[in-house]
Design a protein around this ligand. Sequence first.
Ligand code: N2P
Length: 350
Amino acid sequence: MKAQNLLLACGLTAGLLAALPLAQPAQAADAGVLHIFNWTDYTSPELLKKFTKETGIKVTLDTYDSNETLLAKLKAGTTGYDLVVVSDDFVKIFVNQNLLEKVDASQMPNFKNLEPRWQKRDWDPTAEYTVPWQWGTTSFTYDTKVYPQPVDSLGTLFKPPSVFKGQVGMFGSPSEVINLALLYQGYPLCDTDPDQLKATLALLEAQKPFVKLYNSDGIIDRLTSGEVTMSEQWSGDAERARMAKHSLRYVFAKEGGVGWMDNLAIPVGAPDVANAKKFINFMMDPENAAIESNFAGYQNAVAGSNKYLQPALASAPEFNPPADYKIVFSPGCNAKATKDFDRIWTLLRK
Ligand code: N2P
C-alpha cells in the first residue's frame, strides 16, 4: 500500500494530507518490497526478475540522471529507497553528510568474489558503505558519417568543427561536464585554480552555440535517431548506441578520459536494510554481475564474471580501452571545488 493510501486508511482527511510535506514518496508502507533508486537505463530488468525469483522479494525501480540529483533528493529527505548507486567521486560527499548507512560489505559471503583491486577502493577502503556496481569511462561519441575525418582529441567535442553547430549533446551535470573540460585542458579534476576555472568557463561558453542540450538522459536515442550527431557519453552507453547505429564512434582521446566506478549503497532511513543487503550480496555473484554488464555495457568488479559476457560486449572497443589510454579518476571534489563548479554551471546555463 502506498504511504498516502495508508494515511487515508488511518482516517486522515484529504485536506490534512495536502498539508503534509511532500518529501518521502515511497515511505515503505509496502514492507518487503525492495525500492531501488538508480541512474536511468542502468538496471537490467532480467537481473531484477532473477532476484525476485530467487528470494521472493519484489523490486521497484525509480531513476535519476546524475549524482547531483541523487544528492539533492536524499538531502531533501526523499527516502523510502533501500538502495542507491553513487559514483566514486561522490561517495565521500554522501558519507560526510550522513546520508548512507553502513553496510559492512566485507562481512558478506560473496565479498570474496570481488577482484582484489576493487576490494579496497580509495573512496571506501574497507567497503564500510558501498560495493561496486559498474565502472567505465567518460568521453564522447560522434557520427563518422557526419564527420569522416580522424578524431583523436577531446578538442573535437569542446571546440567542434562547424558541421556540429547546434548538434552536440552534453551531460546535464556540473561535475561531469566541468571535469571532462578540465581534463581536455590538462588541468586537474576538481580544480579550484581561479584562472584555470575562468578558462574552463570561457571554453564551455564558446562551445555553447554547438550544444543542442545539456541532458544526461536519452543520449543513446538521440545519437541513433540523429537528433544529435556528437555527444558526451559513458563507454557502456556508447557501446549500446554503436550496436544500434554502426557509424557512431566512441573516442579514446589523447588527453585521456574520466574513469569512474558507481557503487551500491543504502541510504540512511532505508525501510528495508536486510533485503537491501541481500541484493548487495546477490550483485557480487559473477553470473549476476555479468547480467548487469550485458545489459548496461560496463565492466563490473566481480572475478569470474567474464565467462558470462556476451561475445559482442567482451570484444567491444568501448569495453576494452587501449592499454595506453589515460584513465583519470576524480579525487572527489572538496566543498570549495563543488561551489566553484556550481557557480560555473549557473553562469553557463543562464
Ligand atoms: C547509464 C548510467 C551510467 C552512469 N545510463 C555513469 N556514472
